[in-house]
Write a protein of this length. Structure first.
Lengths: 294, 294
């Protein structure tokens, strides 16, 4: 029979497997504020520096054996996968996987030609074969999820809705191609689509197109970020934070529209205060019917 | 009765209305080599400097009245529209148009929310109402048109075909959205889609993603340029030139695939020699069935 102390030591715990960017840390912080004690497994060469306040280790990208051992040692129950992985592991780096032989053909196929979705499904199968559940960040911290409608003082006006519709068409098409999640529309036209460079680099590009006069200074625009239609919601949902607002403003945009119920708003209080200060709107939209709010 | 001299002076002549970039000049040069004496109407603030060897004038972007007068004075018969126009004219700049009132509702609608296609159709209607035919550059200089199959020593291999297929899917989706014509696929994934920044800026972005390690140096890739599915062929077809080859090489790509019969290869001899020198392929593909060459 187990003692209460043993039970407590074995209490199921959350792990965050962290790739590139700030998002995994933001999620860790939000889950901590929610009463969790997240264990962060940072992927070497990808994860940002992990603040010392979090229990964390770093592992090599292909070292699934180590990851599986850590999950078992720390009695991990739920795993959140967060942050992009730019580099695909080379086949030779894949070592120590449980059941590697069973996964190998799919892994090879995904590494040679797959999009992110294909790789993600494999990673999820492998983690689940170690007895953990892979969950979305919004299942751990539900209040990160974007709600429907504006959260700022400003709401989209008629010309903003024209841009939101154009941006949704672009982001939907991108998502169907498993390319990215973001689009910028200005004056009713899509001017930039997000590829491997990410949202901030896309916004910097729009700012450059503005300053070179290739996009009229008179036309405002909108950043739209949508979840890929077929996306496994356990992968990172598209997210925005205070920096996204600052960068959207620098690109001359009038606001940001995100996929209601399928996008994350990180540090919402700061997002709202930054957007209100700069006069931008931030709103959740229905990606299939952006027009119905018109 | 007219004299022979008068007849000759009134011989129908080609005009090129030139927007941004080198393409209008390349077309003028190719048409000159073909025996034409093109008259170039450069759009102020958009057209590059026009070499003195060409008969040319510069006009304001909204000054359709001047353009129509020039077309009649110079006895222009055929007009090629070439080069992008970054800036949309503001309504107040539109002056002196014949039949302006008849076009105004469509112009306003296109300026406020239209893609390039919509504006182009209006410009074509206006020029044709002045008695000229608007033709595609390839009708004036047919040997610019990309042919089916490789024109270089190197031909696409199996992994190149995987990238060509991915790139075609991206470029087709872009075209359907009236956004752009180009996509870059690396390792079977689309990593960049061309928006308002243009092909060279997109290739520079891919080169940056390479040098920052965000795209593996081990994976080669392909630039695909396709005509928009619904494109009026009298608008600029997608084009490549020697610089495109140099920039594709700098982005770590193994080759370029263009829409056979619906794309232009400018300065073909230089394209081939540059590509052969750098070991790249340049090939025309069937955009709907890129795989059939696999």
């Amino acid at each position: 029979m187990e003692t209460v102390g043993q039970k407590s030591a074995q209490k199921a715990r959350l792990a965050i497997i962290a790739g590139r960017g700030r998002l995994p840390i933001d999620i860790a912080r939000a889950s901590q504020a929610n009463g969790d004690d997240p264990f962060i497994i940072g992927l070497r060469g990808e994860a940002s520096d992990i603040p010392a306040e979090f229990d964390h280790v770093e592992v090599g990208l292909g070292d699934a054996g180590r990851i599986q051992a850590l999950l078992q040692e720390r009695k991990i129950d739920k795993v959140v996968l967060s942050g992009g992985v730019n580099r695909r592991p080379e086949i030779v780096e894949l070592r120590g996987w449980f059941n590697l032989l069973a996964f190998l053909p799919r892994v090879i196929s995904a590494l040679s030609s797959g999009g992110d979705d294909k790789l993600l499904r494999i990673v999820i199968s492998i983690i689940e074969s170690a007895g953990c559940r892979v969950v979305g960040a919004h299942e751990v911290v539900p209040d990160l999820l974007a709600q429907y409608g504006p959260i700022t003082k400003r709401a989209p006006d008629k010309s903003d809705w024209t841009n939101i519709k154009a941006g949704c068409a672009g982001a939907n098409a991108l998502g169907a191609l498993d390319v990215g999640q973001g689009a910028v529309a200005v004056g009713g036209r899509i001017v930039a689509l997000e590829g491997a460079e990410g949202t901030d680099a896309m916004l910097a590009r729009v700012a450059e197109l503005r300053s070179s006069g290739r996009i009229s200074a008179k036309r405002r625009g909108v950043l739209v970020k949508l979840c890929k239609p077929q996306q496994d919601e356990r992968a990172d949902l598209p997210s925005i934070g205070p920096d996204t607002v600052t960068n959207a403003h620098a690109a001359g945009l009038s606001g940001i529209a995100v996929d209601a119920g399928r996008a994350l708003v990180l540090d919402r209080a700061a997002v709202v205060s930054e957007a209100d200060r700069l006069g931008l709107f931030v709103t959740g939209v229905n990606r299939d019917q952006p027009a119905k709010n018109d």
